[in-house]
Ligand binder design. Structure first.
Ligand code: PEP
Ligand code: MG
Length: 574
């Protein structure tokens, strides 16, 4: 049966391929009955996974972050206790023997039973402990699956595959990078969630917020995904398929044409040079940035070096990554953001359960709370600055005391390198992300102490409008054209320009063609976006005259009716 679903378009392009479903919970596992002679072997496999999980806990303990040591130890102790409880370590062995089932299934059945018991508790704290049981069980399950070699699903190479999941974390998605999926589909998520951002950076069409695609789509169904319109067509008929094949070819042709602009300078019609930089997650992304004609890296999200692993990247590893990026850009600027961990990007093993993760210990707050991690990163960044034009960017600043503390950390890192005679760029620039309304409104304080600014519109919009960027239920309220957002953008860009401080936008707005002229009209001269968006934005810049858009931009700023704002924006773009 053919049907269509609508979600939130987050990464453009048209993909046609077969569905591959992944479970949102790794506890969804296959069930099979084993011949009697394999039972002992299956129990040994379970025991081996149990031991490997114990070893994993031991290694986590030796790599624990210093500042959070007490919290981390308590969390590990609890998880070790859960693992060693006979209800988890012995009961599944009995199930394997009595039911003659595979170890994964025995573990799943037992975990579900335990979780159901926790549900009965009146005490909220005890009820919440079911999350710990699930986490320990998942860790054990991963070991079991690892022994089978069932890691992340790998795309088949004979047909195009579209990954359909209830939800994918940014860490999950980055792991799919080498697997060449034609598109991603998720039930959860908003347009600027980090999952969406990673999909865009992979240059892979993606639609999120489909709500129940994971349930309605079946394995191997033929799918058409339109990442521009946010449409997913399941089992299309021949005529629709033919139509979308045509659209797909047209889209690819257009992309090829745009790429010819690679070496053109991004000058407006009146001759103003606009810097178009790229956002990257790993040094390997530099090649794509250059291929698309980016003249610098405006945002290197360094936290991705910390994800999908049980240990932490040490100074040497980070230095190598930052040096490779700096050297790879041949003296063009490489803006590296100190780690923005927390919220939806969590270190493995220290996932914190905060009531409001986006308002919790995230980004610079986490850096300052983990001085050892921060020192290591700053030393690596400074050392890399000797090999190119590194700029250091501080995420999520909200108060001047955070900035002062950060600058003291930088000074201490410089001193430690001086003491060891290690070279670094003494002129290295320190910038701040303006992504919290408080920082935007109190900009004068930051302007005095920083060398450059970068506006993170994804968070600025999230925090201004009080909508969780990862929550599909409020995604429709996410509005870059809200007068409050436009006011803050105009104020920050205007104030920075008046002070002679370089300012860029590195949130998703910077790469969306519909906002290019508006941002230019607000005075923005530096944009940073995911690499594949650079040619399109460049074409828009090349066809824009700054004097011609000035009056209309001011009208948009003065308008307060949403319909009117959209109408004026359409005129600006026509
Ligand atoms: C932003 O908030 O706009 C930004 C660029 O940072 P991130 O999306 O990584 O939070
Ligand atoms: Mg941000």
């Amino acid at each position: 049966m053919s049907f269509t679903m609508h979600g939130i378009a987050v990464s453009s392009g048209i993909a046609i391929g077969h569905a591959h479903l992944v479970s949102h919970s790794s506890l969804e596992v296959a069930h099979y009955v084993l011949p009697k002679q394999f039972i002992d072997e299956e129990i040994s496999r379970f025991d081996a996974a149990l031991q490997a999980t114990r070893n994993e806990f031991l290694s986590l303990r030796s790599n624990r972050p210093t500042r959070a040591a007490a919290e981390f130890d308590a969390f590990l102790e609890l998880h070790q206790m859960i693992l060693d409880d006979p209800l988890l370590s012995v009961a599944p062995r009995k199930t394997i023997a009595s039911e003659r089932c595979n170890a994964e299934w025995a573990l799943k059945v037992q975990t579900e039973m335990l979780v159901a018991q926790f549900d009965e508790f009146e005490d909220a704290y005890l009820r919440e402990r079911q999350t710990d049981v699930k986490q320990v069980a998942e860790r054990l399950l991963k070991q079991l699956l690892g022994q089978h070699g069932h890691q992340l699903p790998t795309a088949r190479h004979d047909v195009e595959m579209i990954l359909v999941a209830h939800d994918l974390s940014p860490a999950d998605l980055i792991q799919f990078k080498p697997h060449q999926y034609a598109a991603f589909v998720t039930d959860a998520g908003g347009a600027t969630s980090h999952t969406a951002i990673v999909a865009r950076s992979l240059d892979t069409p993606c639609v999120v917020g489909l709500r129940n695609a994971r349930v309605l789509v079946r394995e191997d169904d033929l799918l058409i995904l339109d990442g521009e319109q946010g449409v997913l067509i399941i089992n299309p008929d021949k005529a629709i398929l033919a139509e979308y094949k045509l659209r797909q070819s047209a889209w690819e042709l257009e992309r090829k044409k745009l790429k010819r602009l690679r070496t053109a300078r991004a000058n407006t019609l009146d001759g103003t040079l606009i810097e178009l930089h790229a956002n990257i997650e790993k040094p390997e992304d530099i090649a794509e940035a250059k291929e698309n004609g980016a003249t610098g890296i405006g945002l290197f999200r360094s936290e991705f070096l910390y994800l999908n692993r049980d240990d932490l990247p040490d100074e040497e590893e980070q230095f190598e990554a930052y040096r490779a990026a700096a050297a790879g850009m041949d003296c063009q600027p490489v803006t590296i953001r100190t780690f923005d961990l927390g919220a939806d990007k969590q270190l493995k093993g220290v996932e914190r359960v905060a009531n409001n993760p986006a308002l919790g210990l995230r980004a610079i707050r986490m850096c300052l709370a983990e001085p050892q991690l921060f020192r290591t990163q700053l030393r690596a960044l400074l050392r890399a600055s000797h090999y190119g034009k590194v700029k250091i960017l501080i995420p999520m600043l909200s108060s001047v005391s955070e900035l002062n503390q950060t600058l003291q950390f930088v000074a201490a890192a410089r001193q430690s390198l001086d003491a060891e005679n290690i070279p670094y760029d003494r002129e290295v620039k320190i910038g701040g992300m303006i992504e919290i309304p408080a920082a935007a409104l109190a900009l004068n304080v930051f302007v005095k102490k920083l060398d450059f600014l970068s506006i993170g519109t994804n968070d600025l919009i999230q925090y201004t409008l009080a909508i969780d960027r990862t929550d599909a239920d409020v995604a429709h309220l996410y509005d870059p054209l809200h007068p409050a957002v436009l006011y803050l953008l105009s104020y920050v860009i205007g104030t920075a320009n008046k002070s002679g401080l370089p300012v860029s936008v590195c949130g998703e707005m910077a790469g969306e063609l519909v906002y290019t002229r508006l941002l230019l009209g607000l005075g923005l001269r530096q944009f940073s976006m995911f690499s594949a968006q650079v040619p399109g934005v460049k074409q828009r810049v090349l066809t824009t005259s700054l004097p011609e858009i000035a009056a209309l931009t001011q009208k948009i700023l003065r308008a307060d009716d949403p319909m009117k704002i959209r109408e004026l924006l359409d005129r600006l773009n026509s």
